[in-house]
Structures are given as structure tokens and as C-alpha cells.
Design a protein around this ligand. Structure first.
Ligand SMILES: [Zn+2]
Length: 506
């Protein structure tokens, strides 16, 4: 640091020289405790130093998911997914949402976690632009929306179509309301799909809503959309004029007649609420999914619930945020190793020497997203196929990804292929394949059934990826490159996020 002044001066001159040439002067903020600066755009490049959380970095260039920055008088590269924010200043612009619901994400990427959603017609001030992404203020923190789904309007804050997002519409079947903005806090009520509530305040990813009985509580903002108050007012008026009841026991029957001999048309769980149409002897007539049904008055309450209701299922749903892999175990299976070199290429590349570094790059990304990663091998050793499967089972892998490079006698054949064996493994294969298809320039050979032991004997979600043909001389050169491994690993990471997010949505 003794050269700080000189260094600072050089950097200043440097920016004075390049700034006018650069159309998008972008800066990003380091989003992790210590971010490694590397000599090139990939995890395989040498580490030349590090920057701290909160440091602001000027982006000189981008390559795939890497940013080039000025670092100690030289150029360095940092992983874009460990940074946030940007400052392409925008003149007073606002965005009006053009689709039914628009995801707000934590970062400018479809693989980043969702903070919540905006409803069609919502107008919101744009803070900055980063490529195809717009930075907005969402619930008091920074959020990102995709440019493609909004209309940009000059002078947004003064625009007459500005809408206050002061109502929250529930977009899941049932949503727990808690007394504090935390999953650990007490559940005080449950709200249901399409119910709309006034927003009292927001805190991070939580929204405080006003319930129909006048009390308030906190819900996770990801499970609803924000919209204008108007809709809320009319719906709240309807709701408050009706009596609602709350089911007390899991598996409570809704019947076609006010009698225990009536046909069971639906079963509801404890905590679910229904609007009462009328009382008939010991039964309530209620409206459920457009049908008038009857529930016995001894299994419901029309008063306040005192005890906490079972909520195991919902806890599971909200414990992992979309875009993260926290709580998941992923087993990576780098093909071959030791005496088993796998296939070898026209220029002599051994498959086993590519599969392990690809898996290592992937592991770093998965771990950064919160996953536990286990390997079937971590060095150049031979591991039998049954052992690999048993490592998958021992770890109760949420996903097992076997990584290979292909070969065939016909040297003109090229491209990448994704294999699964059992039907239940296909959705994982589909998600990984479509992510690879978006990122790789190789020919798409499709998702196929493949009778491989590591898939056939595997009881977990298992797939086998063949990331290009070493038997094709030109493809061998492509896939043996560190940049290809980086791209492929990132695509597999995105595919896994997309697969696990799709499970959250169910
Ligand atoms: Zn292989």
C-alpha cells in the first residue's frame, strides 16, 4: 500500500482515458466476504488477489459470467455471480409491467433468487440499467426486473399512471402469516390464493399485511404479487361482510349434503378457511372451488385459532429460496479415473483428465449457492461404477450428475447428449439439457434414455452428461479448453437451479 498514491493516480488516468470510450460504465459491488481476483475469466485461472465485501469495482469488460476489473495496476477477472448492483445512471425513467406477473430478482440474472413479483400495470421507478435488466427498489431493497417485460416511460415518477403498490395478492394455495418477519416466529393465521390485503410495511423479503379482522401479520413476499389498493378495497369489503370458518383437523371432509352420509367431495387440512354461506342444523354450507358443500360444525371454528397448527409441509416449501441450493446434496461423478482413462481424443486428450476439473468447477458454483457437494472421486483414482452409485445412495443425493466426454469411431460425429434411465430422472435431464443448450455452442444431440449402470442402479435423480466428442478433432480442441469447462459447469449449475426451483413451484 506504500504505492497507494501512485497507484490511485494511475487508475485515475486510466479511467479518464477509457471512460469516454465506454458506453456502459458499469460498477458492481462485491457480494461475498472475500472475492478472488483471477488472471483470466474462469475458476481455473491463477488467483492474483482478492477484494472485500462491499468494495465497488469498475467493470472494464465482460466475458460470459466474468467481469474484467482493474486490479493493482493490472487487469483481473472476478465472478459476476458474486457481485451485485450496477450504476448505469438513468434519467428519470419508470417501467410499467406488461405481463400478468413479473418476477423481481435479487440480481440481474434469471438464475438469481426471486424476491417477489409485480402485477401487470404496475409502474415503478428505474434506478439503473445493467444489460437487459433494470434495477428497482423493491420492499426497501434492491431488486431486478427484465427489460423485455416492461415498457419504459420517461419522467416516471411524475407519470399519471403511477400506481402505488400498496396491496398484496396471495399467489399460493395457502400462506402462513407470522407475527414477525421471520420463519422462526409464531404463525398467527393463514391466508389463501387470490386474497388481497393492504400492505402496512415491508422488511427485506417480508411484507406486513392487514388482515380482515383488523390485526396484522407478516408473510413471505415471494408468494404473492403487489398491486394497486383499489382491488384490495373492493375485495376486503366483500370478505369482511362474510363469516369465515377455520378447519380444525387435517383431512376434514366437505360433503355434498349436510349429513355424514353425504358424498365426500373434498378434504381440507387444519388451518384452511372457508366462507360460510349459511348454517344448516349442525352443518355449515360453504363455498369451495365454486361448489356449495357442507362441513360439520364440530370440526371447525368460526372464532380465532389459539393453538399453532401443523405446518410441516409449508415449512418445507419456504425453507429454501428459489435460486439457491441450501439444504440440497448434490453428488458429482467425474467419469473414469486411474487406470481407466475413458476415451482419448485425436490429439491425445484423456477423458478422465477433463471430467474431474469440470466437476470441480461445478462444485464451487453449487457450494456458493448453498449446496452440499460430494464427489465419487476427487483425484485421479479408479472408482468402480457400483461404488459410485452407492455414494449417491449414502448421501441421499438430491441430484447425481455424472460427467463424461464422448467418443465414437465415426470422427465426424459431434455434439453433446444428456442421458437418463428411469422416467423419474427425466425432468432433471430436461432441465440440465436445456441449460446446456442455451450456453454451449456444440450441436444439440438431445435428451436420451441410456442404460448406464450409474443411472440404472441409482434410486436418486441421476443423469449422465456427455459434453462433446473427443473423437472429433475440432470438438476435442473446443472441449479441452478451460473456457469451455467454465461455460459447461455454469450451464449445469443453472440447470440444477432451474430443476430445484421447478420443484418449489409445485
Ligand atoms: Zn465416459
Amino acid at each position: 500500500m506504500q504505492n497507494f498514491r501512485t497507484y490511485g493516480f494511475i487508475i485515475l488516468i486510466f479511467f479518464l482515458l477509457i471512460a469516454p470510450l465506454s458506453t456502459i460504465a458499469q460498477s458492481v459491488i462485491v457480494n461475498t466476504d472475500s472475492l478472488k481476483v483471477r488472471s483470466g475469466p474462469g475458476l481455473t485461472y491463477e488467483v492474483i488477489g482478492s477484494v472485500k465485501s462491499g468494495d465497488s469495482l469498475e467493470v472494464l469488460a465482460t466475458e460470459n459470467d466474468w467481469y474484467q476489473i482493474a486490479f493493482n495496476g493490472q487487469n483481473g477477472w472476478v465472478a459476476s455471480w458474486l457481485t451485485t448492483g450496477s450504476t448505469e445512471a438513468v434519467a428519470n425513467q419508470s417501467a410499467v409491467v406488461q405481463v400478468k406477473t413479473l418476477n423481481v430478482r435479487a440480481d440481474a440474472s434469471t438464475s438469481s433468487s426471486k424476491l417477489g413479483q409485480l402485477a401487470e400495470g404496475t409502474s415503478i421507478q428505474v434506478n439503473s440499467i445493467k444489460g437487459d435488466w433494470l434495477e428497482i427498489t423493491f420492499n426497501g431493497s434492491t431488486g431486478w426486473i427484465h427489460k423485455e417485460y416492461v415498457q419504459l416511460i420517461e419522467g416516471g415518477s411524475a407519470a399519471p399512471e403511477q400506481i402505488e403498490q400498496n396491496a398484496f395478492s396471495v399467489q399460493v394455495d395457502a400462506l402462513n402469516v407470522r407475527d414477525k418477519p421471520s420463519l422462526d416466529s409464531k404463525r398467527t393465521a393463514t391466508v389463501y390464493r387470490n386474497e388481497v390485503f393492504s400492505v402496512l410495511s415491508t422488511e427485506s423479503t417480508w411484507v406486513e399485511i392487514e388482515l380482515n379482522d383488523g390485526s396484522s401479520g407478516w408473510v413471505y413476499s415471494f408468494y404473492g404479487t403487489f398491486q394497486a389498493q383499489q382491488t384490495q378495497a373492493s375485495q376486503a369489503a366483500n370478505a369482511s361482510s362474510d363469516t369465515t370458518l377455520t378447519i380444525l383437523y387435517n383431512g376434514t371432509n366437505l360433503r355434498s349434503q349436510p349429513s355424514t352420509s353425504g358424498e365426500v367431495r373434498a378434504r381440507l387440512d387444519a388451518g384452511q378457511q372457508l366462507t360460510v354461506l349459511q348454517a344448516v342444523d349442525d352443518w355449515y354450507e360453504v363455498s369451495h372451488q365454486g361448489e356449495s358443500l357442507f362441513v360439520a360444525n364440530w370440526v371447525v371454528t368460526t372464532g380465532e385459532l389459539e393453538e399453532e397448527q401443523p405446518e410441516a409441509e409449508q415449512q418445507e416449501v419456504v425453507s429454501r429460496k428459489a435460486g439457491t441450493l441450501a439444504g440440497l446434496t448434490i453428488v458429482l461423478d467425474p467419469g473414469h479415473g486411474g487406470n481407466d482413462s475413458g476415451t482419448s481424443g485425436y490429439y491425445g486428450t484423456n477423458e478422465k483428465d477433463l471430467t474431474l476439473p469440470t466437476a470441480e468447477l461445478l462444485a464451487a458454483k453449487l457450494e456458493a449457492a448453498g449446496a452440499e457437494v460430494a464427489f465419487t472421486r476427487e483425484s485421479d483414482v479408479y472408482v468402480g461404477l457400483r461404488k459410485r452409485v452407492s455414494i449417491s445412495h449414502q448421501n441421499s443425493a438430491d441430484a447425481f450428475v455424472s460427467i463424461h466426454y464422448d467418443s465414437v469411431s465415426d470422427s465426424s460425429v459431434h455434439g453433446f447428449t444428456t442421458y437418463y434411465q428411469h422416467g423419474f430422472q427425466k425432468p432433471l435431464a430436461d432441465h440440465l439439457h436445456s441449460a446446456l443448450q442455451k450456453r454451449l455452442s456444440l450441436r444439440d444431440r438431445g435428451v436420451r434414455e441410456g442404460n448406464y449402470l450409474v443411472l440404472r442402479e441409482n434410486q436418486q435423480y441421476a443423469v449422465l452428461l456427455e459434453l462433446g466428442y473427443l473423437s472429433n478433432a475440432s470438438e476435442e480442441r473446443t472441449v479441452a479448453n478451460a473456457q469451455f469447462r467454465e461455460t459447461a459447469a455454469h450451464a449445469i449449475y443453472e440447470g440444477l437451479i432451474s430443476f430445484f426451483d421447478s420443484q418449489l413451484d409445485e
